[in-house]
Ligand binder design. Sequence first.
Ligand code: F6R
Length: 243
Amino acid sequence: MKIIVTDTYEEMGSVAAQVVEVQMEAKPGSILGLATGTTPISLYDALTEDCKAGKISFADITTYNLDEYRGLPGTHDQSYRYFMDKYLFDRVDIDKARTHLLDGTNPDADAECAAYEKELADAGYVDLQLLGLGHNGHIGFNEPADHFPVDTHLVDLTESTITANARLFDSVEDVPTQAYTMGIGTCMKARKILLVANGANKARIVRDSFQGPVVPQVPASILQLHADVTVVVDKEAGSLLDL
Ligand code: F6R
C-alpha cells in the first residue's frame, strides 16, 4: 500500500487525479469505478481541468459507480447519478451511455444488484476503483459488520451514516435509509484501488483502516490485503499515521 500525504485538500485532488490519468493514458478504454461524496470533488475538478486543457480524454472510458440511494431517481439532486453528472460527466467528453450507476428506483433489490454484479463480472471488473472513506470506515455503503459483504447488495444505512449525510438534505427525515452498493468483494476485484480522504475528522479512521487490524468492523481495513492500493490524504486526515 502506498500512502501519500498532501499539504492541502486541493493537492490531494490533483495528486489523486495524476493516478487516474496515468491509468487513462496507459489504457484509453479503461473501466473506472467511481465514488461520490464531498472528498473526491477536488479530484473531479482536477480531471475536468485536464480534460478541458486537452491533456486527457474520457471518450473511450467506461465507468461504474459504487453505490446509489434506494428510492431516489437520477433527477433528484441528492442522487448519485445527479452528483456524477454535475461534478464530472457533464463537464468532460465522456459518452454518457458508458456511465453506469445502480438504479435506485428499481424496487426489485435482488434483481438490480445481481444484474449490476453480472455486468461488472462480464466486463472483467474495473481497472481502477476510486474510494472515499466513511467516518466509521465504510467503503461504498459497506458498513461495519461481522463479515465483509462480497457482492453488490442492498444495505440498511447506519444511524451515523444517515446523520453524516443529513447535511446534504433538507432534514434528517429526508435521507434515504437504504442504498444499493458494490460489495467489498466487488471493490477488491479492481486491479488498482485509489482511496482519498481529507480533514481532521477522518484522521482516526484513516489510521485504524490502514495501520490497524484487518477486521470487518473497519471495512476499509481489508484494502491492506489488496496488491495495488494508493491512499492519498491531506495532512489533517493523515495526522495520526505512523509514517
Ligand atoms: C460515496 C461512497 C461513500 C463515501 C463516504 C465518504 O459513493 O461510497 O462511501 O465515499 O461516505 O463520504 P465523504 O467524501 O462525503 O466524506
